[in-house]
Structure formats: C-alpha cells, structure tokens
Design a protein around this ligand. Structure first.
Ligand code: CA
Ligand code: CA
Ligand code: CA
Length: 243
C-alpha cells in the first residue's frame, strides 16, 4: 500500500508495483507532468482522488484484477490511459475532467462506470472477451467516442439523471440533458447476446450528434427512447445496425 496525500510532484511520477496485490492511493496534490503506474501481476488498485495531473496518467496492469478509480474533481489535462491485462478489470470515474481517455482490457470481465465527468478529447474503450458492463451517466463527451465491447454478452447503459416528479405527482418535468456526445459516437457490441440501453426509466435523455450503434452477431437488444422532445434522447443522425 502506498499513500500520497497532498503531495506536489513538480515533474514526473513513476510508481512500480510488485507481483503481489498493490494498492496506490493519491489524494489531493499535483503532478506537474506525467504520472505512470506499472502495477504488474496480482490484484491491483490505483485511486486518484482530487489530484491535478498536468499531462498524462498512464496505468498499466498485469495478470489478476486491475482497478482504476478517479474521483472528486481529479483533473488530468492531457490524457488518461488505462491498459488492463488479463483478469477482471474495474474502472470507476466520477466527477473528473480529462482530455483524452482510453481503456483497453482483454480476457476477463470489465466493469466500467463514467459518471458526472467531462471528456474534452477523444474516448476509446475496448473491452475484448468476457462479459463486460459499461455505465455512462451525466457526462459530456466533446470529441469522438468509440466503444467496442468485443465477444461475449455485454451490457452498455447510457443514462442521464432522473427527471423530477411534477406537482401533479405522476408527470415528470423535463430537465436539461447533461449526457451529451458532441462528436461522433460509435458503439460496437461485437459477438454475443448484447444489450444497449439509452435513456430509460425516467432518465432526462441523452443527446447525440452522429451515433452509429452496432449490435454485432448474436441476439442483441438495442433500446433507446423517443427522439426529438425536450425530455427524451435527441439524435441528429442515428444509424443502428443489428447484424
Ligand atoms: Ca466483451
Ligand atoms: Ca459482445
Ligand atoms: Ca452482439
């Protein structure tokens, strides 16, 4: 276990784990340029809570569980790269601003949540084999977003905060949409029986510019709410390919 609290690193930070279980927690503080974590084998968790990183955060896992948590107004000016290897992958991002974001995982399930965050650059998520789950909520994607969940039965949910109940009780007041894909959004679910849900169960809706949603081979379920009202998802152009 390595803990860093309110530490200011003027240039680069490199953390190397061993082959056991490694936990690295960074709370507050700053890194002037790049922060790099090589976690190696074993069950590893890297947490960044409220830290500002001037350029890039690069986390490389090994065999075993790889987990990355970013939270509490952490800010990465350049890019976040998470290269998980074999085994289970967990990634929780909440209240974070970053430029680009990339995540790659391989065999083993991945559980990813992107909540209340802003991605100012391009986002690329590839989760490969294994039953993967991706939940996006209340977040802004300013560049191009590419999501590929690979083989096996995967689930992708894209939501917004709930609408508020109206004074009449049963009706719901529309609220401004927070989950927006400003650049193109391409989602490929790959082989397997996959599910993609956009803005269900009282969600305020999700706004897309250009969306290309592909189920891939298998028995897939792609569901999205009605188009073109203030309280439902808005698509300028959507192309659903269920092949
Ligand atoms: Ca998969
Ligand atoms: Ca799949
Ligand atoms: Ca499929």
């Amino acid at each position: 276990m390595l803990e860093m609290t309110d530490v200011a690193v003027s240039r680069d930070l490199l953390i190397r784990g061993g082959n056991g279980a490694d936990t690295f927690n960074m709370t507050g503080g700053t890194v002037g340029r790049n922060a790099r974590v090589r976690a190696r084998d074993g069950d590893n968790t890297t947490s960044v809570d409220g830290t500002t990183i001037g350029r890039r955060l690069h986390v490389i896992g090994g065999a075993g569980v790889d987990a990355l948590n970013l939270s509490n107004h952490a800010r990465v000016t350049g890019r976040v790269e998470f290269e998980a290897q074999g085994g289970e992958t967990n990634c929780a991002i909440s209240d974070v601003t970053t430029g680009d974001f990339s995540l790659s995982s391989h065999v083993g399930s991945a559980d990813i949540s992107l909540l209340s965050s802003t991605f100012q650059g391009n986002v690329r998520i590839g989760t490969g084999a294994g039953e993967d789950r991706l939940n996006i909520k209340d977040s802004m994607f300013q560049g191009t977003t590419f999501i590929s969940t690979g083989s096996d039965n995967d689930t992708v949910l894209i939501e917004d905060r709930l609408t508020m109940p109206g004074s009449g009780g049963s009706s719901f007041l529309p609220r401004p949409i927070k989950t927006r894909f400003i650049g193109a959004c391409i989602i490929r679910l790959g082989t397997g029986d996959d599910q993609l849900g956009v803005a269900f169960k009282g969600s305020a809706g999700v706004a897309f510019g250009v969306a290309k949603l592909s189920g891939g081979a298998g028995s897939d379920l792609i569901r999205y709410s009605s188009i073109d009202t203030s309280s439902y998802s808005q698509f300028e152009h959507v192309n659903v390919i269920n092949d």
